[in-house]
Design a protein around this ligand. Structure first.
Ligand code: NAP
Length: 204
């Protein structure tokens, strides 16, 4: 069995995330993609609450039978780390499951600082998605080093739809600009119904 774990804050989830998940699912013939909204990310604050990020993600994926959502990180009170998440999911699905951790390529540059990275590379593969218009020269050198030094299995994939970003969506809402077609309509409706991201004092 092959499972893709889509890790991210999803603050909010958008069509770039969905296109990426569907592309890697089909390219790597994965059985399912599990979206894992981060609970208390080790290094940052989120703008929307855990429950709002969970609800927005759940609404966004509901029409894809291969997509699921997990509360595995959201329900932790303490900071969550990818190594613990992957191990818990492996315990649920069995050791023979092949796990791919999918996230933004930006995050890959810091991989060696992730908790127990040397063990993490032995139990999961990584897929990082690049954003159009960003120079990844430094990242490419870094990844070569990770493959060489840690035998890490890292694939970088380009998804033009990732020109959409959560930061831009939050900024658009703050300045009353349209977010139509950047994310599923159900998620857009949820954002407006719950008055998310409209406080001009929030830090982007
Ligand atoms: P984030 O703030 O949500 O996003 C950071 C950057 O990556 C943003 O540009 C974001 O774009 C992009 N991104 C995030 N998730 C993505 C996804 N699934 N697909 C494509 N692009 C994505 O990132 P985060 O939540 O802090 O971290 C991402 C994942 O890495 C989480 O699962 C987190 O737990 C894990 N992580 C683990 C450790 C550790 O174990 N020590 C350390 C750092 C991160 P958008 O804003 O448009 O989404």
């Amino acid at each position: 069995m092959k499972i893709g774990l889509m890790g991210g804050s999803f603050d909010p989830i958008h069509n770039g995330h969905l296109v990426l998940a569907e592309q890697v699912r089909t390219r790597f013939q994965m059985d399912k993609i599990i979206f894992i909204p981060s609970g208390n990310p080790p290094h940052k604050e989120t703008m929307a609450s855990k429950e709002d990020r969970y609800n927005m993600t759940k609404l966004a994926i509901e029409d894809n039978e291969y997509f699921e959502i997990s509360r595995i990180e959201l329900d932790q009170d303490h900071k969550t780390y990818t190594i613990d998440t992957v191990k818990r999911l492996q315990a649920m699905y069995g050791d023979s499951v092949e796990v791919f951790f999918i996230t933004g390529a930006d995050m890959m540059i810091d991989l060696p600082s992730w908790k127990n990275f040397d063990e993490l590379v032995t139990i999961c593969k990584f897929i990082g998605s690049t954003r159009p218009g960003v120079d990844y020269t430094e990242l490419s050198d870094q990844i070569d080093a990770l493959v060489r030094d840690y035998k890490a299995d890292i694939t970088i994939t380009q998804v033009p739809a990732l020109a959409i970003s959560s930061t831009d969506i939050r900024r658009r809402i703050k300045y009353n600009l349209s977010i139509r077609y950047l994310l599923p309509r159900t998620t857009e409706d949820y954002i407006y119904t719950h008055n998310l991201y409209c406080d001009r004092r929030t830090i982007l």
